[in-house]
Design a protein around this ligand. Sequence first.
Ligand code: AMP
Ligand code: ZN
Length: 125
Amino acid sequence: MEDCVFCNIKKTKKFIIENKWAFAVKDSYPVTKGHTLIISKRHESDFFNLPEEEKTEALKLVVKMKERLLLKDANIDGFNIGINIGRASGQTVPHVHIHIIPRRRGDCKDPTGGVRGVIPEKQAY
Ligand code: AMP
Ligand code: ZN
């Protein structure tokens, strides 16, 4: 799509790794060091609408990227992975992408609940 940030990203950003259906780039506004996005090569806004093969290939890149991040940074203690689907969920770029966010002990005051933090007051339980 002509005016989609992620359809145009190859003009400005280097892919870290890629396969037939997806590629990895650094997030421009990283939540933590190493925050990476796995982006579908085809324009589609909703992860659930990707054909099975494209979902599988995108998830394979998540696993590869995780291994690469661990090799590069011995201080990584964990990860959050996440996909925002729809504006109500907080999706800001309507082109499928999977966030991989490396976590390190002490990187925030209280990590309890992790991705439950999409509703901040429900994060810890
Ligand atoms: P979401 O809210 O799930 O749609 O996330 C969009 C993500 O894309 C955010 O984490 C942004 O920091 C990131 N982002 C926006 N523009 C770019 C870009 N040109 N290159 C890399 N990451 C980007
Ligand atoms: Zn796009």
